[in-house]
Design a protein around this ligand. Structure first.
Ligand code: GMT
Length: 378
């Protein structure tokens, strides 16, 4: 199959999922054409089956807001024709689904029918999309897609709740390449951070308010008082300086390291004992899956789709958003020497269910179904 993939190329779950999906499809022999405004972060190697097409955007003094959606739609029209694509798969509804609709209409005037699959990732529905300034266009574009997938059942439920959708939404969960995340313990790294045998706790995110990184710090403080630990904070974003201030106020700077954006996040995760994800909203929680793939149990909130991944009492624990007291208590329980090995084992076992080899066929089957549907509509 020749597939065009449209996504945000920057750090962030939706771009990571789109890029990893493209890589996995390419390894199965499909020709994958990424259409993005810059090289996707995880697309850092050569593959004969992967192509990258840059969406160029021209500015003009009249444009306060350069029309990216139009440039993207035009690029899709061009690539579908030149590369003879079979299908377009757009990740994150805004604005990718509406640009794809426009491209589809333009191509139809040239006698080309291109099936469009839209994958909903979370904030395109739960935060940004349902805002009235975007809602009508988001609803319309989702309804006009030939196939719609969501990364969790909870996100599917929220989409039907907030939008007038008459399309069937297929749940295809996010996935992980366990080969890449296979434990590669860097014990010297752990020794440097935890010289006195402290436990290592980690968190990775884009440091947006929705991630509640302040709760991460509060949970850590409570755990640390009971079980000597160190905290690694990976990632960067708008809340980072506030969090640094909070750590200073709480007098825990000695025990916390800010690592910024890391390519090889698995190196940190593989030596961690516990992962914290107290998010306000999370359609799936890819960062938690990455931790579990490195055998790290997860203390999380029960927001959105997280409980579909982190099984309470098995791979970790889930609590109500903001209940830092309970989260810390559960963290202390997991970190006890007699409990940790079992939780680690369970975390990895659960992650294996989301291995790319299980999820990739779901996408391939879905593409075939959508293509068949489009071909059969005269
Ligand atoms: O976090 C965001 O603002 C958007 C998005 C992204 O690109 O990182 O994250 C969403 O998509 C991920 C991949 O499907 C999910 O794992 C995240 O749970 C989801 N984030 C939210 O729902 C907040």
């Amino acid at each position: 199959m020749k597939i065009g993939i449209v996504c945000y190329p920057t750090y962030g779950g939706s771009g990571v999922v789109a890029t990893e999906l493209g890589k996995a499809l390419a390894s199965q022999g499909h020709k994958i054409h990424f259409i993005t405004y810059s090289q996707p972060t995880r697309l850092d190697f050569f593959s004969g089956n992967i192509y990258y097409h840059k969406v160029d955007i021209k500015t003009y003094p009249l444009f306060k807001y350069p029309p990216y959606e139009l440039a993207l739609a035009s690029k899709m029209v061009n690539i579908v024709q030149v590369e003879k694509l079979d299908l377009l798969h757009v990740h994150y509804a805004i604005p990718h689904a509406s640009s794809a609709y426009m491209a589809k209409q333009i191509l139809a005037t040239k006698g080309i029918r291109i099936p469009v699959v839209t994958t909903l990732h979370g904030t395109d529905i739960t935060l940004v999309g349902k805002d009235e300034i975007y809602e009508p266009v988001v609803s319309f574009s989702i309804n006009q897609s030939d196939g719609v997938t969501s990364v969790s059942s909870d996100l599917k439920r929220e989409t039907y709740e907030h939008f007038d959708i008459h399309n069937e939404i297929e749940v295809i969960p996010n996935f992980i390449d366990l080969e890449r995340f296979k434990k590669q313990k860097k014990e010297h790294f752990k020794m440097a951070i935890c010289p006195n045998g402290e436990k290592l706790i980690s968190h990775t995110s884009n440091f947006r308010k929705v991630k509640r990184v302040d709760d991460v710090v509060k949970i850590f403080c409570r755990i640390n008082r009971h079980t000597p630990s160190k905290l690694l904070l990976v990632g960067d974003g708008p809340e980072r300086s506030n969090i640094e201030e909070l750590c200073a106020e709480m007098g825990i700077m000695e025990d916390v390291r800010f690592l910024g954006k890391l390519e090889a996040v698995e190196e940190v995760l593989s030596v961690s004992d516990l992962f914290l994800m107290p998010s306000e909203k999370e359609s799936f929680g890819l960062a938690a899956l990455e931790a579990m793939a490195c055998e790290v149990p997860v203390i999380s909130s029960n927001a959105g789709g997280i409980p579909e991944l982190n099984v309470n009492g098995i791979s970790g624990f889930t609590s109500k958003v903001g209940n830092v007291k309970e989260m810390a208590k559960n963290g202390i329980h997991i970190l006890k020497d007699e409990n940790l090995p079992k939780f680690k084992e369970n975390a990895l076992k659960r992650a294996k269910e989301f291995d790319v080899t299980n999820v990739l066929p779901m996408y391939e089957k879905y593409y075939e179904k959508v293509m068949e549907k489009v071909i059969n509509v005269v």
